[in-house]
Design a protein around this ligand. Structure first.
Ligand SMILES: NC(=O)c1ccc[n+]([C@@H]2O[C@H](COP(=O)([O-])OP(=O)(O)OC[C@H]3O[C@@H](n4cnc5c(N)ncnc54)[C@H](OP(=O)(O)O)[C@@H]3O)[C@@H](O)[C@H]2O)c1
Length: 330
């Protein structure tokens, strides 16, 4: 495992971190399997774990707490997220801070997350939605500083709404946040435009989330993909999204087959997706969602292979897909 600096915090985090949404609430999650996968990742050097209170209403935070307690001899970095009080994803532009993150709500929910995980503190507390307009009201910052002074949290981050990487640049430029979490993958390259330069300038850590575009970039989805009724992916992969996503993933598959043939390599779609992200030095850690042990092993091996060859990277840059938030994109 290789490690990178996490912005100005002084933490050295694994390039392959761990996304813990799926194990909290996606269909067919099994806690025994998830704990085994988490432990395998720790054993292989993974030290950064991203969860949130809404991932199974504490179920994922609880699994993280168990993993930390089972590895007291290791420095594991724990990141969670406070949900907005109005439970609106993404943050509606007309909603002010009072509806989303009033100070008493922040305090109450940080305590609830600590109880869920049975931990005394979290390394990173993030807002689960963000709107740069909230910078006009700095009560959120005073509250987080207060929680930090009581050692309940160490660092402060924001998680940006899907396909709005621009809506966080001003927060980064205030110099008051330690990290930003953003969707960055072969399709969603636009954080490179304004967000990453701001993060590099301000030494703010970047957590690259949704590296596989929720599954598309693993190359396993088809136009007929369906999930059990309760699974949120049914609401995200509506035909308007699924069909063009599969089409673009299939184009990548054809390209990769040709590349592998020509260069006598055996790079897989998930490996290519992770190594694409790793090639950008602005990224501090990637947090692939993974419940299966085989996925942990494959993704950590992909990290070990390091950045992509320049020629392959340049070809993938052409697969940028600019998308705008929609009612189904959440
Ligand atoms: N608003 C926010 O702050 C927000 C929103 C979304 C996500 N996140 C964070 O970002 C993390 C990552 O995003 P995500 O989990 O939604 O999506 P993702 O990482 O793009 O995709 C996860 C999917 O890929 C599968 N997978 C993982 N490794 C694979 C491999 N090597 N081969 C084939 N399939 C593989 C996983 O399967 P298994 O699970 O079955 O192993 C899962 O179905 C989340 O877990 C969460 O921590 C934050």
């Amino acid at each position: 495992m290789r490690y990178r600096q996490f912005g100005r915090t002084g933490w050295e985090v694994s390039e392959i971190g761990y996304g813990m949404w799926g194990m909290g609430g996606w269909s067919n999650s099994d806690d025994h399997e998830s704990l085994g996968s988490l432990q395998a990742a720790v054993t292989r050097g993974c030290n950064f774990f991203d969860t949130a209170q809404v991932y199974g209403e504490g179920r994922s935070e609880n699994l993280l707490g168990q993993t930390v307690r089972a590895n007291r001899d290791k420095r594991l970095y724990t990141a969670t997220k406070v949900p907005p009080r109005n439970k609106q994803w993404p943050a509606p532009s007309e909603c002010g801070l009072q509806e989303s993150y009033p100070p008493d709500h922040i305090e109450e929910l940080v305590h609830r997350s600590l109880e869920n995980a049975r931990l005394e503190s979290f390394d990173l507390m993030q807002f689960h939605t963000w709107n740069d307009e909230w910078l006009r009201d700095d009560r959120w910052l005073y509250k987080l500083d207060d929680l930090r002074s009581h050692r309940l949290i160490s660092a402060i981050g924001i998680s940006l709404n899907r396909w709005e990487p621009w809506n966080g640049v001003r927060a980064v430029r205030t110099g008051q946040i330690d990290s930003v979490q953003v969707i960055y993958n072969i399709f969603d390259q636009n954080p490179e435009d304004d967000l990453f330069p701001a993060c590099e300038e301000m030494n703010v850590a970047v957590i690259a989330r949704v590296p596989f575009d929720e599954g598309t970039l693993t190359g396993t989805l088809t136009n007929d993909s369906k999930w059990p009724e309760s699974d949120w992916r049914n609401t995200y992969f509506v035909p308007e999204n699924l069909i063009p996503s599969v089409e673009r993933a299939n184009a990548l598959k054809v390209f990769l087959r040709g590349w592998n043939r020509e260069h006598s390599t055996e790079i897989s779609m998930p490996e290519m997706a992770l190594r694409f992200i790793l090639t950008n030095p602005a990224v501090s850690t990637i947090i692939p969602g993974m419940r299966k042990l085989s996925h942990v092993e494959a993704n950590i091996a992909a990290g070990d292979a390091g950045p992509l060859p320049a020629e392959l990277y340049a070809e993938l840059k052409k697969h940028r897909w600019v998308r705008k938030p929609t009612p189904w994109s959440q």
